[in-house]
Design a protein around this ligand. Structure first.
Ligand code: COA
Length: 145
């Protein structure tokens, strides 16, 4: 059977709907979905939070898993103003990536008007686990892109 090397995931988030959810839910909601560093970078911008939520769901899709199987806090969007964002995976997300043989991700975000979108490409090499375990790349301290 032919092995699939690239897997894509995309997700679109309605920023207004997320703003309503943030308003009606308690602070535990935000803490359960976005890491402290993500919250600090977004600095109250719902558009940015929405793009990051889209990135988490797009990453889950690229790995063939969903909410309930991967903790959203284990997928972090690392960002610096004006630079391409990247993904850092830990815990449940890192484990699913290892199982899938994914060793690299590419991420792109956009937010405009009512919508935020994230597009993720996961690159997998069958049987790459020994390569990761050797620590040649980023096996320690989180799989990142
Ligand atoms: C980067 C750029 C294309 C973003 O486009 P935009 O229409 O202003 O904004 P979008 O909503 O589509 O995208 C915003 C996201 O782009 C991402 N981004 C920022 N700088 C980036 C860069 N240099 N490369 C790739 N992605 C970038 C960020 O994730 C940002 O999300 P955030 O604000 O929540 O962190 C625009 O700011 C630009 O032209 N910058 C100068 C040129 C440049 O750096 N080009 C590189 C990419 S071709």
């Amino acid at each position: 059977m032919k092995q699939v090397r690239l897997r894509a995931g995309v997700d679109l988030v309605n920023i207004r709907e997320l703003a309503d959810m943030l308003e009606t839910s308690g602070p535990s909601f935000i803490d359960s979905c976005w890491t402290g560093d993500e919250q600090a970078y977004c600095n109250g911008s719902v558009a940015r939070l929405a793009a990051r939520w889209a990135a988490k769901e797009a990453t889950m899709k690229s790995l063939g898993h969903g909410i309930g199987e991967i903790d959203p806090l284990d997928i972090e969007v690392v960002a610096h103003e004006g630079r391409p964002p990247r993904l850092c995976l830990r815990g449940t997300a890192q484990a699913r990536a290892y199982e899938a043989g994914v060793y690299e991700f590419a991420l792109s975000l956009s937010h405009e008007g009512d919508f935020a979108i994230a597009f993720v490409v996961a690159d997998n090499i069958p049987d790459c686990t020994p390569y990761l375990v050797k620590g040649n790349r980023r096996a320690h301290g989180g799989l990142s892109a």
